[in-house]
Design a protein around this ligand. Structure first.
Ligand SMILES: [Zn+2]
Length: 56
């Protein structure tokens, strides 16, 4: 009974070190607009798969 599977990725800003869990559309938005915190432009390299998604 969790909706955390929406948040498939972890965003880690290379500029301000902010990290947040995002879903696919948020990921695209961040790549499009830049970091919501500091405004730096980000690439797909700033995202990793959310490890909480498939822990054993
Ligand atoms: Zn940032």
């Amino acid at each position: 009974m969790s909706s955390e599977e929406d948040e498939e990725y972890v965003f880690l800003c290379p500029e301000c070190d902010e990290s947040l869990k995002v879903n696919d559309s948020m990921k695209e938005s961040l790549v499009d607009r830049g970091c919501v915190i500091c405004g730096t432009s980000v690439t797909l390299k700033a995202f990793t798969k959310n490890p909480a998604g498939d822990s054993p």
